[in-house]
Design a protein around this ligand. Structure first.
Ligand SMILES: CC(=O)SCCNC(=O)CCNC(=O)[C@H](O)C(C)(C)COP(=O)(O)OP(=O)(O)OC[C@H]1O[C@@H](n2cnc3c(N)ncnc32)[C@H](O)[C@@H]1OP(=O)(O)O
Ligand SMILES: CC(C)C(=O)C(=O)O
Ligand SMILES: [Mg+2]
Length: 518
């Protein structure tokens, strides 16, 4: 869809999972994961992918550049502050994209003007200069007035007019702190469209945060008032309570097209697959009752609902599960299943595998099936997360471990790790089996990272259920997430910690190679 067409009844979908989504503490993604997500977004029909903030780090710059090089259909956008150096660095990263976009922003509300210490006149001049500079580099420029919904209306109109005159092609009106409400969100967009000279030449965008749980409603209200770009993220990932969830606005426009007659280009059948992938790589599990993509969004357990569903699915479902990429056919997976069923099942869950990957996953699937009566979808997702979170280049690998636990402490752990190809062994004690295990890791691998989060959840029911363990480690302000699953919770804990340590060392190595063994 062209930006022009979006002026009629089309709404452009601008995905910022890789930029605003990644700003959630602990949601950092690796270079390869970012490229993989960008390709999935492109394939599902996202119009604009905000790939990152190129000035933020060399890693961010390289990821944005790689995405710009590889994405074939969507526009690729980079974020930059209203500063020459940021805008130049952003252009350097995106210039070879098929359709690049520079996004530059500045906080315009009274409290945000304090961030840059500019008064109204100074900020007006600055916006003119920065948008002009961006437009001299790129013909597709988005300007955002950060904290627009708390900006004085007259000053907001003034800044929007300046940005349009300086050549911005998209004007974004962010609700940066999730403060607005639907009627106000609509009124602001209407006011700008009616009062600002040149407003009919640009696309207005809405970028809502979910602090009061109104991001989806506020975005849709803005669209009804004339905004034609929604900024959103997969699973609503993002700063604090997150951003508008892509799956929610897209499905709302599809299901209630009778009262909101606006179309998007999104292939909604790709929603479930990408949701699961983003949950796995970000380490942010989707809550069970999350709209559209939660595990229970299409599940019915109570008798009256089940009875109604059996008589007519429309009684309790306003969307068909197939429309968001869930299949109706439920293949039961177990130790008698073969590669074809595994491949088909994984494809339905959003994982497309090459033959050699399938071979490896199949071996691990059979090991799991030997230990469990039935392998559920959640087990396979956990298995795939393990497969993708640990790479063949990991410097630390768990070889064996044995833990003694019981009513008489201290609990003990004996562990053998392969560290840079060399076997290392430790015997430690702790206050509980997990503590003893983590003490073994601390004694074998020298690091000063602190454990910020330790989270266990059973991926299915039953005493043979796999446990998925997530950990977050923090070192010098940098946070890495690790995840792993196993039918043994303590083994899953060790593997999750090792996964995080491997990521930490990849990150550290970029600055200086080092010895790992403690
Ligand atoms: C609402 C949002 O999502 S905004 C985007 C938020 N995302 C991020 O901040 C993630 C990426 N950020 C970073 O990596 C770093 O903050 C960097 C590289 C951009 C800047 O790092 P530093 O130079 O160390 O600055 P620091 O982060 O401490 O402070 C921000 C600086 O940017 C300035 N600034 C903030 N926003 C803007 C803006 N829109 N335009 C121009 N300058 C701005 C501040 O005034 C401050 O400048 P000062 O140091 O002269 O007071
Ligand atoms: C940078 C801007 C668009 C932003 O993320 C916000 O204001 O929330
Ligand atoms: Mg934001």
């Amino acid at each position: 869809m062209t930006d022009k067409a979006a002026k009629q009844d089309h709404v452009l979908i601008f995905d910022t999972t890789l930029r605003d989504g990644e700003q959630s503490p602990g949601a950092s993604m690796t270079h390869d994961e970012k490229i993989e997500i960008a390709m999935m977004l492109d394939e599902m029909g996202v119009d604009i992918i905000e790939a990152g903030f190129p000035i933020a780090s060399i890693g961010d710059f390289e990821a944005v550049r790689a995405i710009a090089d590889q994405v074939k259909s969507a526009q690729v956008c980079g974020l930059s502050r209203a500063a020459m150096g940021d805008i130049d660095r952003c252009w350097e990263a995106i210039q070879f994209a098929v359709n690049p976009r520079i996004h530059t922003f500045i906080g315009t509300s009274p409290s945000h003007r304090g961030i840059t210490n500019l008064d109204m006149d100074g900020m007006a001049d600055h916006i003119h200069n920065m948008v002009t500079h961006a437009r001299n580099l790129c013909e597709n420029v988005q300007w955002s007035s950060m904290d627009a919904t708390r900006t004085e209306p007259d000053f907001l109109k003034r800044t929007v007019e300046i940005a349009i005159k300086a050549g911005a092609t998209t004007i974004n009106i962010p609700d940066t702190v999730g403060y607005t409400a639907p009627r106000e969100s609509a009124d602001i967009i209407k006011m700008l469209i009616n009062d600002v000279p040149g407003a009919d030449e640009v696309i207005f965008a809405t970028h809502c945060h979910n602090d009061l749980g109104m991001a989806t409603a506020n975005s849709l209200a803005a669209v009804e008032a004339g905004a034609r770009q929604i900024e959103c993220t997969i699973n609503g990932l993002g700063e604090r309570a997150g951003n508008t969830a892509l799956e929610e606005v897209v499905m709302a426009l599809k299901v209630r097209n009778d009262i909101m007659p606006y179309a998007t280009r999104i292939n909604t059948q790709k929603i479930m697959g990408i949701s699961r992938r983003v949950a796995a790589v970000s380490g942010f599990a989707v809550q069970y009752n999350k709209a559209i993509v939660g595990k229970n969004a299409f599940a019915h357990e109570s008798g009256i609902h089940q009875d109604g569903m059996l008589k007519n699915a429309e009684t309790f479902e306003i969307m068909r599960p197939e429309d968001v990429g869930l299949t109706e056919t439920n293949l039961v997976m177990g130790k008698h299943s073969g590669r074809a069923a595994l491949r088909s099942k994984l494809e339905n869950l959003g994982f497309t595998l090459q033959d050699n990957q399938l071979k490896d996953v199949f071996v691990r699937f059979k090991e799991l099936a030997d230990r469990k009566k039935e392998v559920y979808d959640e087990d396979l997702i956990a298995l795939m997360s393990d497969e993708t979170t640990s790479s063949g280049h990991d410097r630390i690998k768990l070889m064996e471990m044995e833990v003694r636990c019981g009513t008489t402490g201290p609990q003990t752990c004996t562990m053998v790790l392969m560290v840079d190809g060399e076997a290392k062994r430790a015997e430690t004690e702790g206050d509980g089996p997990v503590d003893a295990t983590f003490n073994a890791l601390k004694s074998l691998i020298s690091h000063s990272a602190s454990l910020e989060l330790y989270n266990v959840h059973a991926v299915t029911g039953g005493t043979d259920a796999q446990a998925t363990v997530s950990v977050r480690l923090e070192e010098d302000g940098k946070i890495v997430a690790g995840q792993s699953s196993d039918t043994d919770t303590v083994v899953a804990s060790a593997k999750a910690y090792i996964n995080a340590l491997n990521k930490l060392f990849v990150r550290r190595e970029k600055s200086a190679p080092e010895e790992l063994a403690g």
